[in-house]
Design a protein around this ligand. Structure first.
Ligand code: HC1
Ligand code: SF4
Length: 575
């Protein structure tokens, strides 16, 4: 252990700790900008480029960047000297000197870390008048907008994309004033291997990376009297939306969210969770089918569109192993435009399905041509993120906190606890096991909670014995972890039978469309806990016990994994 003093306080920390971490362990906050800390996910931005976290270390002539300076025995650190504060303010002023001053109209207004720092440090003018750059915006994709003029070269996006996701879309190019972090050869995102996972925009401190905004499109449909506009909400939205209205992370706001969606004018409010139960019926059947017919294993979950894009692009030789199930919100869309439209007596052309998702890749997924009933009738019409829904509620002047809880519309509104946990890493495979176990053994699964599949560790595994055969289950979140597993499969070294993969660290709760967590893993843990709580509170916890699902098969779909289910609920992949 190392002993040092920070602002006169004695502090003892393990060797290798940085000054920043040591300070934070005694609740001394040093401002940061380029820094990222998601250690448990092995994610650090080490470049110390922004110099905003400078502190004074006794005996050293120069200030030290606290994020990258390790502690040493007997060190005396001062974080609040006039010199340190002045240095920080100067760094922020320099960053602002060539930064667009369009904060009022920026998509990151009030969420921008640079703006917040300028406010906290009391920047009242910019002494250096720099030339502003004028790079074109990249609006080539369905998911992400890149505005290079707002890039401050912190390189968090590059760390995220290259080290955590191993996709490697971004790198610094050009020199000096004209340096910019961008895809190689200045390509548009759509022409790269980008998976649209949105993790780069989740960590971008400024408005350089934001989601494609579909709020206007939703308002237009809501105001079109010819259209029946229905909405569905993803599992992870309900434990994060409240953060936009002052609730603690992880607060479950399902009832208020439903009430708010009705106030916004949606004709029906449904739950993607219903379709998550439907996905389990299909996926568990597919697993049972592959086991029985000794077909290819492992089976991989396929509900995450960032992950789907990743394996299509990077592992085109393995396209036969992922499950053929569409993702839950796509399944929901297709059921709404067939079964529900029929029940309601409306033409599917006049129905608009809006998905509220924690994810920006879902925007791109909804536009995939094969995920449609006909070319002019997509399964899902519009996807908005949790943040965009929050904005609509603010725009409409709804007092979210005072709303009384309301329940989803029926049918297609009922869901099990299994479907709720889809939103966190490990949840999809846990949900699948609850059903597969009972179907394959014919006996009741008493303890439905698979502890070893939970938590924030990057790769997790468990063994489950079914009819004398031990199934090996794996979970990976973050595409770098997924790559490790896929390379094992390609090399024939992977012993796993069923694997869940989610592109975003933490799963959907950490999606690129969620309220910004600014690199704080505790927020992800709180959201996961919120989902596990909702699971525990549900009267049914297994997908195959959902009565509305059973009725849907009875009245409309026939058998799980049967002919009609294949036609509507399954898809295929392209290299
Ligand atoms: Fe997800 Fe899913 S869990 S992919 O993370 O399978 O986005 O929440 O809606 O579709 O259900 C996201 C979440 C979501 C789907 C489901
Ligand atoms: Fe990389 Fe994901 Fe960002 Fe695409 S969306 S650039 S894959 S981090």
């Amino acid at each position: 252990a190392i002993n040092l003093t920070i602002n006169g306080m004695a502090v003892t920390v393990p060797e290798g700790t940085t000054i920043l971490e040591a300070a934070s362990s005694v609740n001394i906050n040093i401002p940061t900008l380029c820094y990222l800390n998601l250690h448990e996910m092995k994610m650090n931005n080490h470049i110390a480029s922004c110099r905003v976290c400078m502190v004074e270390v006794e005996g050293r002539r120069n200030l030290a960047p606290s994020c990258s300076t390790p502690v040493a025995e007997g060190m005396v650190v001062k974080t609040e000297t006039h010199r340190a504060i002045e240095a920080r303010r100067t760094m922020v002023e320099l960053l602002l000197s060539d930064h667009p001053k369009s904060c009022l109209t920026c998509a990151k207004n009030l969420d921008c870390e640079l703006q917040k720092l300028a406010a906290e440090l009391g920047v009242r003018g910019i002494p250096f008048e720099g030339e502003e750059t004028n790079h074109p915006k990249d609006t080539s994709s369905y998911s992400i907008v890149r505005d290079p003029n707002k890039c401050i070269m912190c390189r968090r996006c590059e760390t995220m994309c290259t080290e955590v996701q191993t996709v490697g879309v971004y790198s610094g190019s050009g020199r000096g004033f004209h340096t910019v972090v961008q895809p190689a050869f200045g390509r548009s995102l759509i022409d790269t291997a980008c998976t649209f996972c949105g993790q780069c925009l989740a960590v971008c401190p400024t408005g350089a990376l934001t989601e494609v905004d579909h709020v206007g499109k939703v308002w237009r449909e809501l105001n079109n009297p010819k259209k029946t506009v229905i909405v569905q909400t993803a599992p992870a939205v309900r434990v994060a939306l409240g953060e936009l209205f002052g609730e603690e992370p992880g607060t479950v706001v399902t009832g208020k969210m439903v009430a708010a969606l009705r106030r916004l004018g949606f004709d029906k409010v449904f739950d993607t969770d219903f379709a998550a139960d439907l996905t389990i019926m299909e996926e568990a059947s597919e697993l049972a089918h592959r086991l029985k017919h000794e077909e290819t294993l492992p089976i991989l979950t396929s509900c995450c569109p960032g992950w789907v894009k990743f394996f299509e692009h990077q592992f085109p030789d393995l396209l036969d192993i992922p499950s053929s199930c569409k993702s839950p919100h796509e399944m929901f869309g297709v059921i709404a435009k067939t079964y529900l439209a029929g029940k309601m007596g409306i033409d599917p052309k006049d129905m608009v399905v809006v998905s509220v998702m924690p994810c920006v890749a879902k925007k791109y997924e909804a536009a995939r041509p094969e995920l449609a009933i006909k070319p002019e009738i997509p399964d899902v019409d519009i996807v908005i993120t949790t943040r965009e829904l929050g904005r609509m509620i603010h725009e409409a002047g709804i007092d979210f906190k005072s709303l009384k809880d309301e329940d989803f519309d029926r049918p297609l509104g009922e869901s099990s606890g299994a479907s709720v946990i889809f939103g966190t890493t490990g949840g999809v495979i846990e949900a699948a096991l609850r059903t597969a176990y009972e179907w394959l053994t014919g006996s009741t699964l008493e303890n439905v909670e698979f502890e070893s599949l939970r938590g924030m560790e990057g790769v997790k595994s468990a063994k489950v014995t079914i009819n004398g055969r031990t199934l090996k289950i794996g979970v990976a979140h973050g595409l770098g972890n997924a790559r490790t597993i896929l390379e094992g499969i390609r090399a024939g070294e992977c012993q796993l039978d069923a694997i869940e993969i989610m592109a975003c660290p933490g799963g959907c709760i950490g999606g690129g469309g969620q309220p910004y967590h600014h690199g704080n893993i505790e927020i992800l843990k709180a959201r996961a806990e919120g989902l596990y709580k909702e699971d525990r509170d549900k009267p049914i916890r297994k997908s195959h016990e959902n009565k509305e699902i059973l009725a849907l098969y009875d009245e409309f779909l026939g058998k799980p994994y049967g002919e009609k289910a294949h036609e509507l609920l399954h898809t295929s992949y392209t290299a």
